[in-house]
Design a protein around this ligand. Sequence first.
Ligand SMILES: [Zn+2]
Length: 260
Amino acid sequence: MKKILILLCPLMLVGCGALSSLNQEKLLSAGTNIATSLSITDAQVAQMCSEYMVYQDSLNTIAADNSPYAVRLNKLVKNIKGAENLNLNFKVYQTDEVNAFACGDGSIRVYSGLMDAMTDEEVFAVIGHEIGHLKHADTKNMMKQAYQTAALKDAIGAISPTLEKLTQSQLAAIAVAYGEAQFSQKQEFAADEEAFNICVANDYSPYAMYNSLNKLIQMAGSSSSSTVSKVTQMFSTHPDSATRAARVKEMADKYVANQK
Ligand SMILES: [Zn+2]
């Protein structure tokens, strides 16, 4: 993700410089690109997600299949209930950052920093949350939005709207937009609810999602700046953690009360 953030600066500079010299031709080009990007199909978005994941995987260090991280993750997601038909694939990115994300093609990537910080059930809850985003098509919609944003910026530069095969520069522009995008509070609540349901369905604690959110909140409030910086990205893409924690605790309390 750090590499993506670095890419942000040159793109912004290109944007600012070109805005001052907008002309009729560029405005027409912008209109064409936006119209084209608005008309992309679900299949094209799915293809874009696959290409985006090949790109992301190439930028990150992936834990080998026999590494302790990959072995732990595969054990956690083996025979997972409640995620049928999603065509899931998992990989661990080796980085100190505490993060995880899903992409519309069924890819879920968990950062080793998150695995170091969290217990098995907390990691599982985060995976359940990402599955929630996949089930609700949040990630596909975000990819579509990222493409539209990149196309809009391209109004300014030279990204072709054709979707036959994305170039590295198109993928980089989409990665920037995808990295800056945020899910809505409503989407986060729904994904948390899915995480709660998946945890319960797989015999994990109903408080697993609550515990993982609490851990993130504690890390973000740490007096150690290096700890805080590890969770910065996760917080920027997953806001409202305290509200969400309170909400999933309420859900777990109700579930436990009903069990009695
Ligand atoms: Zn989320």
